[in-house]
Design a protein around this ligand. Structure first.
Ligand code: CMP
Length: 708
């Protein structure tokens, strides 16, 4: 009988056997056959052999049969042996047809997620090869470079790849979700991530780290005006009662959207209030959500969870929970605690503009005012006036009419000037741009290094926390691509870095007395030491950069007077600044730090620029999500740094105990605060109003007059 059977019939007969009953020859026949099946042809011999031993033959007679529905639990993977199926998703309907040799149903297994689509037979009498979940996981778990590609209407919409690195980070809650998004259309990535949002309320916040990455970076590839309708689309408004819609499915879908929105609001906080599209969308959904307690309690639960982790880490149990009866998306947003208010996109800021006649103009204008708007606020339309920025060296740049936010974007000691185009060449820097004539060594001498460092850190912390991490994206990708966005807080923080750096150089170069200068140098090394102890790496580097400025380095006589112990410490710190191997020394040091700490901001910006320039935003018209993940990783460093509150009143112990480096630190003697200039408020005033020379030529000249 066997010899009379055609090859197909023989194969079918073998496949119909229970897997445990297949002989070695049977397996050989199946294996041979699998070589021609598109879905498995790319797999290795051993994997195909293993599959041959577990495949189950499954047939269905009637077109229109639902094999499984979107939202179901996934139990098996299918290869189409004969026939074809329709792939249908909520809201979109038919998105793909799959034919002989193609496969489906792997997504739910790989991600431990519900079925992402409904599968319906397109014709009578379809045959499938089915692999059950455990077998699938066991056999395909270790397959290298496995890629899942989903199509809709003939175009690839999502590419997932097994992550080879950082699987613990990507893993989320289920250990099997090792497939990460490589690329996709914004909508499909969102749809996929929503599917993976877990709703179990056993307390732990199971939002996948991928969702966090998406929310942190969405503005790069999906503006709010695109994100909000897409979320609306994913939010089933009513139970339509059709065969596909199930009440519990649609509730789960709504809960997922609300959970994601809760996360979104937590992440951007009050920034979203500056985004009319986002605000409008949240407002519209608010009524819906408020009416259903299964939805309205979700953001609160998220907050409670966040607070709980914070509290247990701080050992502080006195924080009271906000009680608001009415549902409000923003109930979780904490107002900034520092004195320094973040500059927001809608805020007005001071524009100080100098003129050749030396009569300055001061205006309050929105942060993002364009040069054109600035000019028309001051001069009649059509007048031949231009806006120029000039630094202390006298380098001028005429500003383009369409550039904006020029006031908050000014560099250290840089100023705005307005004049006719004929006068540009004659503009000279203002006297105040040149910096001070006299140093403050005498005042500094009275202040204890520890107090100066503490006040520096306190101020840095305010500047650092006033900045939203998304400003890094705007800064690196170009702010003009993000309407309404501001980078003012980041720029202010970066400017401060330069200010502290030049403060050190200025003070040293303006101190004429050799002995005093040596004491000053020593003091700055002490300040660096405390800054490092306080884990303020930004100002630590700023002071160290200042000390390594050529105008300071060349003062041999001064350096000679530094005690050798202090010098050793300085040299140890210098090694930290070594840029070789991509700042390896620094990176190793920060890796050991626990929050809160202030990172070396210029390096973070450099890293982001590197990622941005080295990777395209789109790959084959799909969002290059790998790049977004890398960007998000840098932003998460910033988030991580400030995930704990900074306790500024006790900057020494506690923080110092967990010192970052092996390098020895200097013991700081405590002075009494008897002199008024030593009072904390005076020192604060001093560090917040540094006046510096940033003109390198002038600094070098000064240095030469000190020691030739
Ligand atoms: P799974 O989520 O387990 O169940 C539905 C399956 O449909 C899914 O795995 C994919 O294998 C398959 N599928 C094919 N195209 C798409 C698509 N565009 N969107 C979602 N699922 C798809």
């Amino acid at each position: 009988l066997l010899s009379q059977m055609g090859p197909d019939a023989l194969l079918t007969m073998i496949l119909r056997k229970h897997p445990s009953q297949r002989s070695a020859e049977d397996l050989e026949v199946i294996y041979e056959e699998l070589l021609h099946v598109k879905a498995v042809a790319h797999l290795s011999t051993s994997v195909r052999k293993e599959l041959a031993a577990v495949l189950v033959f499954e047939t269905h007679g009637k077109a229109g049969t639902v094999l499984f529905s979107q939202g179901d639990k996934g139990t098996s993977w299918y290869i189409i042996w004969k026939g074809s199926v329709n792939v249908i998703t909520h809201g979109k309907g038919l998105v793909a047809k799959l034919r002989e040799g193609e496969d489906f149903g792997q997504l739910a297994l790989l991600n431990d997620a519900p079925r992402a689509a409904t599968i319906i037979l397109r014709e009578d009498n379809c045959h499938f090869l089915r692999v059950d979940k455990q077998d699938y996981i066991r056999i395909l778990k270790d397959v290298e470079a496995n890629t899942v590609r989903l199509e809709e209407h003939g175009h690839t919409v999502l590419v997932l790849e097994k992550s080879t690195t950082g699987s613990t980070e990507q893993g989320g809650a289920g250990g099997s979700s090792k497939y990460t998004v490589m690329s996709g259309t914004p909508e499909k990535i969102l749809e996929h991530l929503l599917e993976k949002v877990k709703l179990d309320t056993n307390g732990n916040d199971t939002i996948d780290s991928c969702v966090g990455d998406f929310l942190l970076t969405h503005k790069i590839f999906m503006a709010s005006s695109q994100l909000c309708p897409a979320l609306q689309h994913q939010y089933p408004l009513m139970f339509t009662g059709s065969e596909l819609e199930k009440a519990d499915y649609s509730l789960a879908a709504r809960q997922k959207v609300v959970k994601l929105l809760g996360q979104w609001v937590l992440l951007y906080g009050l920034l979203l209030k500056d985004d009319p599209v986002a605000l409008d969308f949240l407002e519209r959904l608010k009524k819906e959500v408020a009416a259903d307690s299964r939805l309205s309690t979700m953001p609160k639960d998220q907050l409670r969870e966040r607070r709980r982790t914070r509290l247990s880490e701080n050992g502080n149990h006195s924080l009271s929970r906000q009680h608001s009866q009415q549902f409000d998306w923003f109930c979780n947003c904490e107002e900034p605690v520092g004195r320094l208010q973040p500059i927001r996109g809608q805020d007005k800021v001071l524009y100080e503009i100098s003129r050749p006649d030396n009569i300055p103009i001061t205006l309050m204008l929105p942060v993002n005012t364009s040069v054109q708007e600035v000019l028309s606020a001051v001069v009649k339309p059509g007048a031949d006036y231009v806006l120029v920025k000039m630094n202390s060296m006298g380098d001028r740049a005429q500003l383009k009419l369409d550039s904006s936010a020029v006031s908050t974007g000014l560099g250290l000691n840089e100023r705005l000037f307005m004049c006719t185009s004929g006068q540009v060449e004659r503009l000279r820097p203002l006297k105040e741009q040149q910096g001070p004539e006299q140093g403050t060594a005498d005042a500094l001498e009275q202040m204890c290094s520890k107090d100066v460092a503490s006040q520096l850190t306190h101020y840095d912390w305010e500047l650092f926390t006033a900045m939203h991490e998304v400003e890094l994206i705007y800064y690196v990708f170009g702010r003009s691509k993000f309407p309404g966005a501001t980078t003012a807080n980041l720029q202010r923080f970066v400017r401060r870095f330069n200010e502290v750096q030049y403060w050190v150089v200025t003070e040293v170069c303006l101190c004429e007395d050799l002995m005093k200068r040596a004491a000053l140098l020593k003091k700055f090394i002490k300040i660096a030491s405390v800054l490092k102890e306080q884990r303020n790496l930004n100002s630590f580097f700023a002071v160290m950069f200042g000390l390594s400025n050529s105008a300071v380095q060349r003062l041999y006589k001064t350096w000679e007077r530094i005690p050798s112990k202090t010098k050793r410490i300085y040299c140890a710190y210098e090694r930290l600044m070594d840029p070789s191997r991509n700042h390896r020394a620094y990176r190793l040091a920060v890796a050991k730090l626990s929050p809160p700490y202030i990172p070396f901001m210029p390096l973070l910006l450099k890293d982001m620029t590197f990622i941005h320039e080295g990777n395209k935003n789109y790959k084959d018209k799909l969002v290059n999500f790998e790049k977004m993940r890398l960007i998000a990783k840098t932003l998460k460093i910033v988030q991580g740094c400030r995930s704990q509150p900074y306790v500024h009143s006790s900057p020494t112990r506690g923080l110092a105990d967990r010192m970052l480096l092996e390098a020895p630190s200097i013991r700081i003697s405590t002075y009494s605060d008897s002199l008024p200039c030593r009072s904390p408020s005076n020192i604060r005033l001093y560090v917040q109003n540094l006046s510096v020379i940033d003109n390198q030529c002038r600094l070098t000249e000064l240095s030469r007059t000190l020691e030739c």
